[in-house]
Design a protein around this ligand. Structure first.
Ligand code: ZN
Length: 108
């Protein structure tokens, strides 16, 4: 388990760009604003996942279905941090609601 946490100094309405291919993986111009590229492992908020690859989900201690069914017991960041995935980056950004954050995981 090895991740690097990068806190983005952006506002909740700003896009988030992939550091590898520069695709806007959170793109507010699109009706479906979650636009993962091949470098994205997951896109999550404290309250749940918006996107996750099968590969990353297999490295977590619980399935996303399990986490969502028990979202009062689990904190998504803790579950992400407990992943056994070898190396990845987490881009953390403010959601603009009561200290909630969004977490975008990229391959390192
Ligand atoms: Zn990319």
């Amino acid at each position: 388990m090895s991740y690097q946490l990068i806190e983005l100094d952006i506002s909740p309405s700003d896009n988030i760009q992939c550091p590898h291919c520069q695709q806007q993986v959170i793109d507010w111009v699109e009706e479906q604003y979650v636009q993962p590229c091949e470098h994205v492992l997951f896109i999550a908020m404290d309250i749940g996942f918006e996107y996750i690859t099968d590969e990353f989900e297999q490295t977590m201690q619980h399935t996303v279905d399990d986490l969502h069914a028990n979202d009062d017991q689990y904190h998504m960041f803790s579950e992400i941090a407990a992943s056994s995935y070898s190396e990845f980056k987490i881009y953390k950004s403010d959601l603009g609601v009561e200290g909630y954050s969004r977490y975008v995981g990229f391959i390192a």
